[in-house]
Design a protein around this ligand. Structure first.
Ligand SMILES: *Cc1c(COP(=O)(O)O)cnc(C)c1O
Length: 408
């Protein structure tokens, strides 16, 4: 019998969404006529922008003719999309990134999960708590942790605790981390690093020769002027950080699948005494294990950067952020403490009356017929918090907030 990768056995089951489903199903069984509204969705709901769909149709037609058909494309992405990314996301902000530093991918989850394999097993890893679970789980799978402890933490991981005191923007730890995952704007807290806070991280990484893996999947939702859209807005960050972006939340590509990872040429790792470019390693990894994103998808992604596309996706983001505003202003009238909702489509509620996040879940389901996500699912520090999302329908979101208001 083949021995398995026993690190997988260290992972707890994906308990969160299974448990949510189970509790909702039980409730429905007892209350078949209840009109349940979900503010728990971590997925977009609005359709693709017309400019994007048009580009997809045109690309599909090209694939139908021998003269314009395309087979395998470059693993790193087509030039037209690399150029659009460099120009639209970097040059436009005064950041110099070259096309050979960008790697088009099928999304941020894959990249953020795969990137750890170019680093040594012995690297000390720092992850925020609470955060998107992929950073931690993929390092557990790779054997960079010990066992899961009773308190919910893995042995051997440096946790960066987000609390109300630090506004859910933890600073660098006292110990040395080799790999640091940062998520800004953050899922689930909605918090985003300011330039000053991010500079502390870049300085720390340069001093300790660590690498920051910067997930900015929600960059397009930033509204405040002092919040950096890219970590490369911080001087020296090209020697300290890999940046991962996605069109999933930016342009509704959760089902289409396209994102990218920037690995600057200046970013160096060590192999014994030698200095190695991480860009070379990631290129080697992608060329071997990845076949690139489909031509049709990359054409769709290119359209996101067109003038028309930009205007259309902005309307959709504004729609979601109006929901966020409705949620925040609704709660401001209640005595509920909340965070986020300004630079991200997530609202992070402190549970009232000493409720645990699961008690809050049960309360909202029973009393308001509203489903959200218990903070405990994003890490132990989330146990007294609750996540609501702005990805729903505007009318239903309003209704949900009125119902929540009446439930307390
Ligand atoms: C949704 C999300 C992503 C996007 O992942 P894709 O694979 O590109 O769909 C990445 N990071 C975070 C924190 C997210 O919430």
């Amino acid at each position: 019998m083949a021995k398995i990768n026993a690190n997988y056995m260290k992972l707890p089951g994906s308990y969160l969404f299974v448990e949510i489903k189970k509790r909702v199903a039980q409730f429905r069984e007892k209350h078949p006529n209840a009109d349940i509204i979900s503010l728990g969705i971590g997925d977009v709901t609005q359709p693709l922008a017309p400019a994007v769909v048009k580009a997809m149709h045109q690309a599909a037609d090209e694939m139908a003719k021998a003269a314009t058909f395309r087979g395998y494309g470059p693993e790193q992405g087509y030039d037209f999309l690399l150029k659009a990314v460099v120009k639209g996301d970097y040059l436009a902000r005064g950041i110099k990134i070259s096309e050979d530093e960008v790697f088009i991918s099928d999304g941020a989850k894959c990249d953020v999960g795969n990137i750890q394999e170019i680093f040594a097993k012995g690297c000390a890893v720092a992850v925020p708590d609470p955060v998107y679970p992929v950073y931690l789980d993929t390092n557990v799978m790779a054997g960079r942790t010990g066992e899961l402890k009773k308190n919910g933490y893995f042995a051997g991981i440096i946790y960066l605790k987000g609390t109300a005191e630090n506004n859910f923007c933890p600073g660098p730890p006292s110990e040395k981390a080799d790999l640091i995952y940062l998520c800004s704007p953050n899922n689930p807290t909605g918090a985003a690093f300011s330039k000053k806070q991010l500079k502390k991280w870049v300085d720390y990484a340069r001093k300790n020769e660590s690498v920051i893996i910067y997930d900015s999947a929600y960059e397009a939702y930033i509204t405040e002027p002092d919040i950096p859209h890219s970590i490369y807005e911080i001087p020296g960050a090209q020697e300290a950080a890999i940046e991962i972006r996605s069109l999933s939340k930016t342009a509704g590509f959760t089902g289409v699948r396209c994102g990218y990872t920037v690995v600057p040429q200046k970013l160096i790792g060590r192999a014994d005494g030698d200095k190695i470019k991480l860009n070379t390693l990631w290129n080697r990894r992608q060329s071997t294990k990845f076949n690139g994103v489909s031509y049709i998808t990359q054409k769709a992604a290119e359209a996101v950067y067109s003038e028309e596309g930009r205007a259309q996706i902005k309307q959709v983001i504004d729609y979601y952020m109006e929901n966020a505003r409705v949620i925040c202003s609704g709660f401001a009238k209640l005595d509920l403490k909340m965070y986020g909702g300004v630079n991200a489509p997530y609202i992070w509620l402190k549970t009232p009356k000493g409720m645990s996040s699961w008690e809050m879940f049960d309360h909202l389901l029973a009393k308001a017929h509203v489903v959200g996500t218990p903070g405990a699912g994003f890490g132990p520090a989330g146990k007294d918090y609750f996540r609501l999302t702005a990805f729903g329908d505007a009318e239903r979101t309003k209704e949900a907030i009125e119902r929540i208001g009446k439930s307390f």
